[in-house]
Write a protein that binds this ligand. Structure first.
Ligand code: FMN
Length: 197
């Protein structure tokens, strides 16, 4: 079971590590692609060893410029792809089919092969361009998963919140039993039905 993990230069670089750890828990082989700006956000937000920690969790580490890598082809047997975090630049490139670097090419491959593609698109606030690009990517089959904490689970730390977001991202690939903690009401809701996602 092979999964592509793309890491772009949006804030929330720790999500890449959380996703890699969650994929490793499932026993997935990770094909890692990290953009130049992601290297910077990993260093600034997580620390100097973040990139090497991330690489150590990967089965294959690809150069973003290597458009000849296996994952650039639809013939490569991968189960899906997560971009965590996904910058608005990478979102735009994916939404418009640029396929101009290995990350956007691999994402385009998932879409053309009708495989799962989960984008942890992160920006705030959002412009109309961001929203329209999310809409375009969604129309092609991508899942936009903004990295928003599951407040209803009352996370006790940022690490707990980001691990839960990563687990949800991996669960959306539907590769194995769910990793994410599910909402479990302490008592029945007053008007029936759960209201959480
Ligand atoms: C510290 C830092 C935080 C950033 N946060 C975001 C962000 O949350 N969302 C975003 O779209 N871009 C963010 N950017 C800008 C992107 O890194 C920039 O647009 C870059 O071109 C993205 O390139 P990539 O998609 O190839 O990684 C941030 C940049 C820095 C240095």
């Amino acid at each position: 079971m092979r999964v592509v993990l793309g890491v772009s230069g949006a804030s929330g670089a720790v999500l890449a590590l959380d996703c890699a750890r969650a994929l490793a828990r499932l026993g997935a082989e990770i094909d890692l692609v990290v953009s130049a700006m992601a290297e910077r956000t990993l260093a600034e937000e997580v620390g100097a060893v973040a990139l090497s920690d991330l690489r150590s969790l990967a089965t294959r580490v690809h150069d973003q410029r290597d458009l000849g890598a296996g994952i650039a082809s639809g013939s490569c047997p991968v189960a899906g792809m997560i971009v965590a975090p996904c910058s608005m630049r990478s979102l735009a490139a994916i939404a418009h089919g640029f396929d101009d670097g290995l990350m956007t090419r691999a994402a385009g491959v998932q879409l053309k092969e009708r495989r799962p593609l989960v984008l942890l698109a992160r920006e705030a606030p959002l412009t109309l361009a961001h929203l329209e690009n999310m809409q375009a990517a969604t129309r092609m089959g991508a899942v936009i998963l903004p990295p928003v904490p599951a407040f209803y689970l009352r996370p006790q730390s940022l690490a707990e919140a980001t691990a839960q977001i990563a687990a949800r991202a991996v669960d959306l690939l539907r590769l194995g039993p769910p990793l994410a903690q599910a909402w479990a009401p302490a008592r029945p809701a007053p008007h029936g039905g759960d209201q959480h996602d």
